[in-house]
Design a protein around this ligand. Structure first.
Ligand SMILES: Cc1cc2nc3c(=O)[nH]c(=O)nc-3n(C[C@H](O)[C@H](O)[C@H](O)COP(=O)(O)OP(=O)(O)OC[C@H]3O[C@@H](n4cnc5c(N)ncnc54)[C@H](O)[C@@H]3O)c2cc1C
Length: 536
């Protein structure tokens, strides 16, 4: 058995940051176990590759939820990256952080050190912003963040339409004012995707104290008494173990970190016993508190070649764009599809936005897995930023090779349907604004829905995840919490969870940057140091 100081399970957004930061100390050894491959492919590096990697199980776990009672019993698609970089290797590259009040709420819920004032230095530490240089942004971090490289004229059309509908523009969603519409900044440099692996891990792969094992699927955490001592994993058909002198850190993401805890005997006692798994630590909160951004997409079919589509002229344009990308690293191949968007309120008297919009320069129906995807058009996604519904991840089987049961329980709290209904109407108003008139867009799927009851029926028939599940290893100090504010698993020693699963509540924005921030802060807590202005 090989031994290291730290064993990290999962080389995703959080795992890559952690592996990089912990191995900065030459005196400690770090091992990163990743179930997927190295991701060294144009599908990851060229942003346009996401039109293939999101819909298909190429480097993607391609999970499905259990039937969703409030969504006509549908099983919703849940893509997750299965590759170094994790979901940051297949995501839409949008760089947003949420609202300051999200983090203040984490701190107020009994998590000292996680207020906005205390986490902002960790956002900045990780960030290398190529455009903003001010109090809100970092310029020396590992993660490049840039304005869009697509130069798509449709951005202006969307921004004009939103202003005509009465909404203002935010010049920086991560700056002084989140509220408004704008063009998203992306985790790109020189027109290429900079996943967490490319940004944080690749530059440090030559460190002698860092070992990265790909194709290594962790099966459970090993214990000596109550102390985590290593990890059992499967690689190339063989089962092997790796030892950890100091800590085991789970960064397998919102679905698989709780799965690993449960497989290791940490969770709800009765559920574990039913599957014949010996109980090491009763922790009923493992897998509970699942939250996700449920989303409805309004779709218009339209003719413009600035909109991605597979018509003969669209294909010629694409060939031209491939040449342009090779020469200039700009244009359509740099697309993150959801190029613009915004944070808006359903009611102006609210203290903060409760909806997020993603404006896509393509038809995005059923995650790009339908034939309509080939037509030219535009889509406006609207999602509920802080859902009240709570779901759960649990085990289907004691076999680590089987996917977990994922039940987000979407719309189980009726307040979420009300917010989404209002969001639908708001999004439709923007798409009806004069700026879109020259595109003659025809509303697909929803044109006939006018009454609230019809719109709600459409939501139940068509709403989907916009890929931000969190919360299944919740941080807190009550009995249902899984980790404490230093991200250590309650009731056992030398075991932490560091990824999106520790978020107590879903933040009002996309979750990649917040997850990387969590890992930056965790690395400091593990190393017992702190960046200036923050408490680790
Ligand atoms: C299609 C899509 C689009 C998105 N778009 C955006 C966006 O534009 N902006 C944004 O901010 N967020 C976006 N997100 C969300 C964001 O990418 C995630 O919140 C973030 O990457 C989560 O990071 P993580 O470290 O928790 O998990 P992940 O990055 O998913 O990493 C988990 C890693 O663990 C590995 N793993 C799992 N189980 C095991 C095991 N048993 N053994 C070994 N390895 C294991 C996985 O293969 C994976 O590499 C998107 C997500 C998806 C899927």
């Amino acid at each position: 058995m090989q031994n290291f100081d730290y064993v990290i399970v999962g080389g995703g957004s959080a795992g890559c940051v952690l592996a990089s930061r912990l191995s900065e100390q030459s005196e400690v050894s770090v091992c990163l176990l990743e179930a997927g491959g190295d991701g060294n492919s144009w599908l990851v590096r060229v942003p346009f590759g996401m039109v293939l990697t999101v819909p298909a199980p190429l480097i993607n776990w391609g999970f499905k939820t259990v039937p969703q009672m409030q969504l006509n019993g549908r099983r919703l698609y849940q893509p997750r990256g299965r590759v170094l970089g994790g979901s940051s290797a297949i995501n839409a590259m949008i760089y947003t952080r949420g609202h300051p009040s999200d983090y203040d709420a984490w701190a107020a819920a009994g998590n000292p050190g996680w207020s906005w004032r205390e986490v902002l230095p960790y956002f900045k530490l990780g960030e290398s912003n190529l455009h903003f240089q001010d109090d809100y942004h970092g310029v020396d971090g590992l993660q490049p963040v840039s304005d869009s490289f697509t130069d798509n004229p449709m951005h202006k059309v969307f921004l004009d339409a939103a202003q005509q509908a009465g909404y203002s523009v935010s010049s920086d969603f991560n700056g002084a004012q989140q509220e408004g519409v704008g063009v998203y900044q992306v985790t790109q440099r020189d027109g290429g995707r900079w996943s967490a692996a490319r940004a944080c891990l690749e530059p440090n792969l030559s460190r002698p104290n860092l070992t990265v094992m790909t194709g290594a699927h962790a099966q459970r955490v090993l214990f000596e008494g109550r102390r985590a001592s290593g990890v059992q994993y499967r690689c190339g058909g063989r089962v092997a173990t790796v030892g950890a002198h100091r800590e085991v850190i789970l960064s397998a993401g919102t679905f698989q970190s709780p799965q690993l805890l449960l497989l290791s005997g940490i969770g709800d006692g009765r559920a574990l016993q039913n599957l014949g798994i010996p109980v090491l630590q009763l922790l009923p909160g493992v897998g509970a508190n699942l939250q996700d951004h449920l989303d409805y997409t309004l779709i218009h079919r339209a003719r413009s070649l600035d909109l991605i589509g597979a018509s003969p002229r669209g294909m010629l344009r694409l060939i031209h764009e491939i040449g342009r990308y090779r020469r200039e690293r700009r244009g359509m191949l740099c697309t993150n599809v959801a190029e613009a968007g915004g944070f808006l309120k359903t009611d102006a008297s609210q203290p903060r936005p409760d909806l997020q919009l993603h404006f896509c320069v393509a038809i995005v129906h059923n995650h790009g897995r339908s034939l309509q995807h080939l037509w030219h058009g535009y889509s406006l996604h609207v999602c509920v930023l802080r859902p009240a519904s709570r779901g759960r991840v649990s085990l289907a089987s004691s076999d680590p090779g089987k996917p977990p049961l994922i039940d987000p329980a979407y719309l189980s709290d009726p307040r979420d349907l009300d917010v989404l209904l209002r969001g639908f109407k708001l999004a439709r108003r923007i798409l009806a604004a004069p700026a879109f008139s020259p595109y003659g867009g025809r509303e697909l799927f929803s044109a006939a829905a006018v009454r609230d009851t019809d719109i709600c029926a459409l939501i139940r028939a068509r709403a989907e995840s916009i890929y931000h599940p969190v919360g299944t290893c919740r941080m807190g100090r009550d009995d249902a919490a899984v980790v404490d504010a230093s991200l250590q698993v309650q009731g056992v020693e030398r075991l932490r969870v560091v990824d999106a699963s520790v978020m107590p509540t879903l933040i009002g924005g996309n979750t990649n940057a917040p997850t990387m921030m969590i890992a930056e802060k965790a690395a400091d807590m593990i190393r017992r140091r702190s960046v200036s202005g923050a408490s680790a």
